[in-house]
Design a protein around this ligand. Structure first.
Ligand SMILES: NC(=O)c1ccc[n+]([C@@H]2O[C@H](COP(=O)([O-])OP(=O)(O)OC[C@H]3O[C@@H](n4cnc5c(N)ncnc54)[C@H](OP(=O)(O)O)[C@@H]3O)[C@@H](O)[C@H]2O)c1
Length: 317
């Protein structure tokens, strides 16, 4: 119904891999023209947010195959931009709409094509509300939805004290603020260097590592009632030591028998729209630690793989 094409050239740059591996296999190439087919929209990408999943998926051929990736392969999943071509049958989006979403392992590119009815981070598009800038919109899909899925397991509310492990990372910044919005007290683990950052998000900082349970006891003599582990399994075990029942512990980055693993793919429908609404309303903010041009993709991925980024990294396009 709204089949249109802008005069923008569809060719553009994209990160391409000719083999799976570390940051050294990430190259920037000119790509062939992409066209929106029936039911699809073409997006001129302005920003792409990075997640550990991006380089985890493309690190080796077996892992890539599990995610359905084959060579030559693109890179990155979270994107934001502007619709610049609308395929036949698409009514929900029009030329010029600001959008964000997921494009599995092909988002760090000038142009992506998305199924407008897609509902997973592999292939989805949402309207970007006024009041949400593109860089921020490009951070929401995976981390926001994963944090919401983790919160849905432990359901924090007023009266709860929630221990969040790995609270300063990409998922952590959402989890801390969503738990605070839900009315809970939040204790967040980080390095000593992250203490001020965590306080500014609304968490009470505590350093991870040996003695964590004692430090949490000192901060919360009344006890911890729920826990979310966003880094590995240390926070799960600490929560058990502190007497938190398994039913109120969740992990996203490890496996512990008896403890539910949350996955962003299982977040409630409407989660992303609600998170974007909170950002637009000024109730939730996404700290962006650094932005990079596409030519610096290797450097950006190396930085994130160091696992001490506070908040999110974004590639500008
Ligand atoms: N299941 C899912 O659906 C799903 C979705 C997204 C992500 N994940 C996984 O969840 C994990 C977190 O993702 P992310 O995007 O938040 O990663 P991230 O942004 O790379 O996390 C970086 C953060 O990890 C913290 N950290 C480093 N060592 C730590 C330790 N020993 N204990 C606690 N925190 C530590 C760092 O804090 P300091 O700088 O203060 O050390 C830093 O703020 C990753 O393993 C990712 O693959 C799973």
């Amino acid at each position: 119904m709204h089949e249109h094409s802008s005069p923008l050239a569809a060719e553009g740059r994209a990160v391409r891999l000719d083999s799976f591996g570390g940051p050294e296999v990430l190259d920037v190439r000119e790509t062939l023209a992409l066209q929106a087919g029936p039911g699809q929209v073409r997006v001129r990408v302005t920003a792409a947010g990075l997640n550990p999943m991006d380089w985890f998926m493309t690190a080796d051929a077996d892992t890539a195959a599990r995610f359905g990736l084959s060579l030559p392969c693109g890179f990155g999943t979270d994107y934001a931009g502007v619709v610049d071509q609308v395929g036949k049958g698409v009514t929900a989006f029009a030329l010029g709409d600001r959008v964000f979403g997921g494009a599995l392992s092909r988002a760090v590119a000038d142009i992506v094509v998305i199924d407008s009815a897609g509902e997973t981070a592999a292939n989805e598009v949402h309207h970007t509300p006024d009041g949400v800038d593109d860089r921020t919109a490009a951070t929401l899909t995976i981390a926001g939805r994963t944090a919401a899925a983790a919160l849905a397991v432990v359901r924090p509310g007023p009266g709860d004290t929630v221990l969040i492990g790995g609270a300063a990372g990409g998922v952590g910044v959402f989890a801390v603020q969503l738990a605070r919005i839900a009315g809970a007290r939040v204790i967040g683990t980080g390095s000593a260097d992250s203490a001020d950052f965590l306080s500014a998000l609304g968490a009470e900082p505590v350093t991870y590592g040996d003695g964590l349970a004692d430090r949490v006891r000192a901060l919360a003599p009344g006890g911890v009632t729920a826990a979310i582990d966003l880094h590995g399994t240390d926070t799960v075990h600490t929560a058990r030591d502190l007497g938190v029942p398994d039913s109120r512990i969740c992990t996203i980055a490890g496996q512990v028998d008896g403890v539910q693993a949350a996955n962003g793919a299982n977040a409630d429908p409407g989660t992303l729209e609600e998170i974007a609404r909170l950002v637009a309303a000024g109730e939730l903010r996404v700290p962006i630690a650094a932005t990079f041009p596409i030519e610096q993709i290797r450097h950006a991925v190396e930085l994130q793989a160091g696992r001490h980024v506070k908040g999110k990294l974004v590639i500008d396009l």
